[in-house]
Design a protein around this ligand. Sequence first.
Ligand code: F6P
Length: 547
Amino acid sequence: MPALTSLPAYQALAAHAETARHWQLRDLFAQDPQRFEHMHLQAAGLFLDYSKNRLDAETLRLLLALAEARDLASWRNAMLTGARINHTEQRAVLHTALRLPRGTRLEVDGEDVVAQVHGVLEHMKRFSDEVRNGAWRGHTDQEITDVVNIGIGGSDLGPKMACLALRHYAHPRLRMHFVSNVDGHDIEAVLQQLNPETTLFIVASKTFTTAETMMNAQTARSWFIQQCGAFADLSRHFVAVSTNTAAVKAFGIDPANMFPFWDWVGGRYSLWSAIGLPIALSVGFAYFSDLLAGAHAMDHHFATAPLAQNMPVLLGLIGFWNRQFLGCSSLSIAPYHQDLNRFPAYLQQLDMESNGKRVTRDGSPVDTPTCPVIWGECGTNGQHAYFQLLHQGSDLIPIDFIASLQPAHERQRHHTALLANCFAQSEAFMKGKTADEARAELEAAGLDAAEVARLLPHKVFPGNRPSNTILMDYLTPPALGALIALYEHKTFVQGVLWDVNSFDQWGVELGKVLAKAIEAELSGDAHPALHDSSTNGLVQLAKRGLP
Ligand code: F6P
């Protein structure tokens, strides 16, 4: 694949950017009073307003030409049909198959994966129904009251984010807990709240070798046996979600209580698989199916809509424009919905583990910056923390606003205030406040000329900050499914433009290996190795305490 910057389509964009980067959003809105009409899109129950971005129709035309030069449609079709596009691991990338309706067919290596997927979904349905209706009981014949998911990364972030997002649909008897960190404070805080006789542990790990998850699972198993006595009783209290049957058995979990998935499901794309079991337990299988259906509706849109009217494609292209040509090194996610509190953390793994890469698929260096840093916090809380920097700081940071038009509560005043803040922020980021406007305000407040001059520079907002606004009616299971799938496909689109493999994650390996060696040194099982002086010094401090 030719280097990105060598492509005529890229060079045309770079030439266009020479003038476009000086445009002011205020001017773009003044020049086209219908800008909002021209720059919004609706798909799968979501509405995207992308008019507050520093681009015009020509910018979009050039971005779409680049997408074509990069063969985006063919890559998309390759992914959707099970080609092994994760080439460093020789795997297909088929999270979209997890949400294909029953009865459709998709073959990988001669096997219909949709039939396999629905076989596991059936098992999830049976099991979640039984736990929810009280038929599945602990070893002392009591109903389950607490579900603890033990997993990390993709085996934690998705289910945790979705259970919180859909908490209004949750079963009233089932308290959901998530333990991910190897830090013992994490599991300790959860165990303290539990009665082992009414607790169900889900050990969730694609590989069933991840150090943090295995340590937490062993701790939970010892705690359970200590409290309840018998290993045999584990079968009513421990289930596993994994691709590694042998390791699940070796851990002591009955394979009948194992929910499998497949190597073609990436960890950060796995909440649609059995990794979503906590979601099905919490909200029930019917709503879990609705979540899948919402994602499938977005998949269908992504697969069939022309690129120019394709929501994930546009979101990806706009993000690419901001990153490559406006120099934005981060993207802030601002959900104006408290139940989407964990969505920014979820997107961090999705986007940064996927596109935080510096070599192309053939191993050559990418000749431009790649994935921006993804971060964020719910509005309005973020407004009272870091929005200052977004408004008046020296970096240009685009924002994705996400909101539901209707709340899941009846406190309408709160919701009106929330939406007012959301829309006001995007307006303020776009317009800013000019020196003339700031001066007029200061003078109207009765300040004398010297005071006006002193305060004026501090009161100016440069504005011209790009943002997207994504709206849904209510935060329902299908709307959430569509929202997650939108960002999955946006990530894919950008990976194609940069020509990186968005589906491996070799960058997490080095730290894991070094941690193993240091852990052995800390626990006295190995002689201290010769590290650098800082690492040696830290190891010594951990062994001997602070001087
Ligand atoms: O270390 C990174 C990672 O491999 C993620 O990609 C993955 O989601 C997470 O660890 C957990 O992996 P597993 O499900 O195999 O325990």
